[in-house]
Write a protein that binds this ligand. Structure first.
Ligand code: FES
Length: 73
């Protein structure tokens, strides 16, 4: 089973755990989910009005439609 979920955030989410700060992935691209691994840098080149998908090699592909009704974060 699989699903498509739209992420619009391109930065991690800082959370305090005791005295430590942890960074959770907010972009959906991290290989070590739920934690940020820096992959959000790939999303910094995205146009906010467009929708993209990333292949397993980290290559970015633009979709011809931005699917406004896809459920997002
Ligand atoms: S926010 Fe997703 S990898 Fe950093």
């Amino acid at each position: 089973m699989a699903r498509i979920v739209k992420f619009v955030r391109a930065a991690p989410i800082a959370v305090s755990v005791g005295r430590e700060t942890k960074y959770l992935c907010g972009c959906g691209l991290s290989a070590i989910h739920p934690y940020c691994d820096g992959s959000h840098e790939l999303a910094t080149l995205e146009d906010p009005g467009k929708l993209y998908w990333y292949d397993t090699d980290g290559n970015c592909h633009e979709l011809p439609d931005n699917f406004h009704k896809i459920r997002g974060e």
